[in-house]
Design a protein around this ligand. Structure first.
Ligand SMILES: [Zn+2]
Length: 112
């Protein structure tokens, strides 16, 4: 069970979350306070902040724009969920070139 602030239209509410027999439930508790709205907006801005993640192919200087939330999903949520860490590439061709190098005879790395 937890409480979060959510924006609905132009209003902000404190919402209570809980799980009942495997189903996500929520209930509007009250309007959010000024402080809660400010914190919510700051968090939202941080999540939407764009980072330029560099392409994993060492010969490439391109960057991939990602929000903090996407970066978190890519490097934390997905690896934890699927048990594999994927590297970000700007293009399919960079990925293929890098995989080819990593799969060379001398390589000890397992590439899927
Ligand atoms: Zn690249």
């Amino acid at each position: 069970m937890g409480y979060t602030i959510q924006k609905v239209g132009k209003y902000y509410y404190q919402i209570k979350h809980w799980v009942e027999q495997g189903v996500q439930k929520r209930k509007y508790i009250r309007s959010a306070t000024k402080e809660e709205i400010e914190t919510y907006e700051e968090m939202r801005k941080l999540k939407e902040q764009i980072f330029n993640v560099s392409c994993s192919y060492p010969e490439c200087n391109n960057h991939i724009p990602m929000t903090k939330a996407q970066k978190h999903e890519f490097f934390t949520t997905y690896p934890m969920r699927y048990g594999t860490l994927h590297l970000p590439y700007c293009s399919k061709s960079c990925q293929e070139k890098h995989f080819k190098e990593l799969q060379s005879e001398k390589s000890k790395i397992k590439v899927k």
